[in-house]
Design a protein around this ligand. Structure first.
Ligand code: HEM
Length: 309
């Protein structure tokens, strides 16, 4: 460590802690004794700089003067950050599945499940917004709605629900359209899971392994039979059984997120239409029937106890 003490600046009191500066491993560093602790910080890569805190905290700009709008904005922004992480981690899981790294993908899928559970709990904060609170600023939202969330739609595509017509609402945003179209045309997480099953020797129909990925996935009896084979002999197929359970868990919590959204909306606006123009709660109820991994659910109905069970 090489360094020199900072000289006191004009106006600095004698009791102010002394800040020393020195270079450590090529990094300009500051050090001061604060509350009995020796605190160090990097001159350039500070907390605020690394996390872009100024940028982040300057993005909450209510358009009304109503105090409850801040909660509404921060709830949406934090959800968007979690959606960003989900997109990121889902892509990591897909890369691991492609490489048949099932132990690694198990860890990534566990993290994804935990993120969605956390997002489910966060609805409780928004549920403190009462109907009169919301009505103070609902008018200024005009037609803005979560329906237009690019990341949410991309995540639906990436997990396996391909609804191409929903890209339409981004017709004036070429970047969003391009990104959504790219993800629509790529294999989803479920498509990749089926490739893993096929490589492991299970009978997956050829038209599920090579197809137009932009088209919605249609459930298949032979895929259901493959999952039944796995779940009927878990010892032999332990890694695939764990994979099946982890993606089922992901859908289970994702549906809980949809349910809590629908219930929160119902609590705040009742049966009113949405700002995005849909029937509101009625539209959100329909989304509860969407499946990412359909045969993993239908297979459960057909399962029977084996000889050893
Ligand atoms: C008081 C708060 C909220 C209300 C009243 C509300 C209301 C609605 C309504 C009525 C819809 C249906 C589309 C429409 O006509 O607008 C919708 C869709 C949606 N909202 Fe919310 N929402 C709220 C909070 C949130 C939050 C915090 C998020 C987080 C990102 C969110 C994300 C979404 C998404 C992604 C959709 C599209 C769902 C789909 O297409 O299946 N909403 N919302």
């Amino acid at each position: 460590m090489s360094g020199s003490d900072h000289s006191k600046k004009d106006g600095e009191k004698a009791s102010d802690p002394v800040v020393r500066s020195f270079t450590q491993d090529g990094v300009e560093t500051y050090e001061a004794s604060i509350e009995g602790e020796t605190i160090q910080w990097d001159k350039h890569l500070t907390y605020g700089h690394h996390l872009q805190i100024d940028q982040l905290l300057s993005a909450q700009r209510p358009v009304s003067d109503k105090p409850d709008e801040m909660l509404f904005i921060i709830m949406h922004q934090t959800m968007e950050l979690w959606l960003k992480l989900m997109l990121h981690e889902t892509r990591v899981a897909i890369a691991e599945l492609r490489a048949d790294e099932l132990r690694k993908s198990a860890k990534t899928l566990a993290r994804l499940g935990t993120i969605v559970r956390h997002m489910v709990h966060s609805w409780d904060v928004l549920a403190t917004l009462t109907p009169p609170d919301f009505l103070t600023f609902r008018g200024v939202l005009s037609k803005a709605s979560g329906f237009q969330s690019r990341q949410y739609r991309e995540l639906e595509f990436l997990l396996g629900t391909k609804r191409a017509d929903l890209i339409l609402v981004h017709k004036d945003d070429a970047g969003a359209q391009a990104q959504l179209t790219k993800t629509l045309e790529e294999p989803s997480l479920y498509d990749e899971v089926l490739q893993v099953l096929a490589r492991a020797g299970l009978q997956i129909p050829a038209d599920k392994l090579e197809r137009d990925w932009a088209q919605p996935y249609t459930p298949d009896r032979q895929v259901e039979a493959a999952w039944l084979t796995i779940y009927s002999d878990t010892e032999t197929h332990w890694d695939l059984y764990r994979l099946g359970e982890q993606v089922t868990e992901l859908e289970y919590y994702f549906q809980e997120w949809r349910f809590k959204h629908m219930k929160t909306v119902s609590r705040v606006i009742g049966q009113k239409m949405g700002t995005g123009g849909s029937s509101g709660v009625g539209y959100l109820i329909k989304a509860l029937d969407l499946h990412f991994f359909p045969e993993l659910w239908s297979m459960r109905t057909r399962m029977e106890a084996g000889p050893s069970q």
